[in-house]
Design a protein around this ligand. Structure first.
Ligand code: NDP
Length: 419
């Protein structure tokens, strides 16, 4: 009898919850709790009667540890699935520790207020020491490792697609395809079209913070940082076609550099159309991507949060998005003394996702692995206490579930490499 508490009820959480409800034998009870309870109630109303999973809802401000503790103690779940925002990762981990409950999320911690002096001082030190300037890194959540170990609890970090599935692909390549992996290129292609001049496919604030930041990659034991969008390649994606892609910093590079022994280079590329980039540059130039509060007619507003209020809700893009995504990893290395390459990837169709769960493929490709990560923990297949990223666990049961639950993968052993 498993019960989960899902925190957040946005685009990704809605897919994860629907997929949990398709797997009622594991997810017998779900409590959906979020800041805006009406969204949880609306989803419950849609799902009641279509699933054997018993659904309840609650209101919670996940920035407040005491509210979280009270909620967890009243629901008594076996696992808390944090599918709110990266801002809430630490408060939810604190509450899980206080209540003795396992934890998982889909994105690593970043603070909402990047001007907070203690955080800022740590951040500047890390920028100098490590050589990348993204606002997020694993150190804040990995600092909980010993506490989770001592409590005998598991915290699974970043079980979405990227991070998430991409790390399972790496663990699978390491276990089954290679003796040594030299290079990993993670390619994230969205060939979808939603018909709006400008919209983001997941939370606009988190998304725009990520893509407007400097790019970076891991090479020969250290980070190399480059100006945003300054490394561009073209790639012909299976199922999508030729696309421009740009090198970005991405969180899983940091953990893969530690866990894939001997890897010499890890890069991450994401596709963007020219129109998206022109809009983003213009918004950036006029200050609309600003993350620090400004005074506006006597009130404080954060420009990027105001922009979020203007942009289409990613959860509303489902009915109008057509086309496919193709996300995967290209590996080079050696097997049995011979040079070898492999490309593991998934192709996902926006409209098929919409027909199944009323969502576009970006929320789908994140929400499905969130459910699978939860399933690994609830079934005890991934049960090492501590704080872990996906590639630290046995990839086989996760990879099987991807095939079973709507994200089938394929391997091309002769891919075109990225120069
Ligand atoms: P949305 O903005 O659609 O949803 C966020 C949800 O969290 C909303 O329901 C929101 O409530 C709720 N929330 C926000 N703050 C709080 C709070 N303080 N207390 C309680 N609930 C809160 O985001 P997405 O669904 O697009 O993204 C969810 C997560 O998935 C993010 O962390 C994102 O970074 C991650 N992600 C990961 C990917 C991957 O591949 N690993 C890819 C895409 C996203 P309200 O309705 O009131 O706003």
């Amino acid at each position: 009898m498993s019960k989960v508490l899902v925190i957040g009820c946005g685009g990704v959480a809605s897919v994860a919850i629907r997929k949990c409800c398709q797997n009622s034998s594991v997810f017998e009870e779900i409590c959906i709790a979020s800041r805006t309870k009406s969204r949880c109630d609306d989803l419950k109303a849609k799902l009641d009667g279509t699933t054997e999973t018993k659904i309840t809802t609650a209101q919670v401000d996940a920035d407040d540890v005491n509210q979280l503790i009270e909620l967890i103690n009243s629901v008594k779940p076996d696992l808390v699935m944090n599918i709110a925002l990266p801002y809430q990762d630490l408060t939810i981990m604190d509450a899980c520790l206080a209540c003795g409950v396992n934890y998982m999320d889909t994105a690593n911690y970043e603070p909402e207020d990047i001007s907070e002096p203690v955080w800022r001082a740590n951040y500047e030190k890390r920028c100098k020491e490590k050589g990348f300037s993204a606002y997020f890194d694993y150190s804040y959540q990995m600092a909980y490792k010993e506490k989770f170990e001592k409590a005998g609890l598991v915290a699974l970090l970043g079980s979405g697609f990227d991070p998430g599935v991409t790390q399972a692909y790496c663990a699978y390549a390491q276990k089954h395809l290679f003796d040594t992996i030299d290079t990993i290129d993670i390619l994230d292609c969205n060939g979808g079209d939603h018909g709006y001049p400008f919209a983001t496919n997941f939370n606009p604030e988190i998304n725009l913070r990520e893509v407007s930041a400097p790019g970076s990659y891991w090479e020969n034991g250290h980070w190399v940082e480059v100006p945003a969008m300054s490394i561009k390649r073209e790639y012909d994606f299976d199922g999508v076609g030729m696309k421009d892609m740009y090198l970005l910093h991405h969180e899983e590079i940091e953990s893969l550099a530690e866990n894939i022994k001997g890897v010499q280079r890890i890069r991450f590329f994401m596709t963007f159309g020219q129109s998206y980039l022109t809009h983003m540059k213009c918004l950036e130039n006029v200050g609309m991507l600003g993350t620090e509060p400004i005074d506006f007619e006597g009130s404080k507003i954060v420009p990027i949060q105001f922009l979020k209020a203007l942009l289409p809700d990613p959860a509303s893009l489902g009915p109008r998005t057509v086309g496919k995504t193709n996300i995967g990893c290209i590996f080079t290395g050696e097997k049995d003394g011979k040079r070898k390459t492999a490309y593991i990837y998934n192709i996902c169709d926006h409209q098929e996702c919409y027909r199944e769960v009323e969502s576009q493929a970006i929320s789908y490709t994140t929400g499905v692995p969130a459910m699978i990560g939860a399933k690994m923990l609830l079934e005890g297949k991934w049960n090492t206490p501590g704080v872990h990223t996906v590639e630290e666990f046995d990839p086989d049961p996760y990879m099987d579930e991807l095939n079973r639950c709507g994200l089938p993968w394929q391997i091309n052993e002769n891919p075109v490499l990225v120069d």
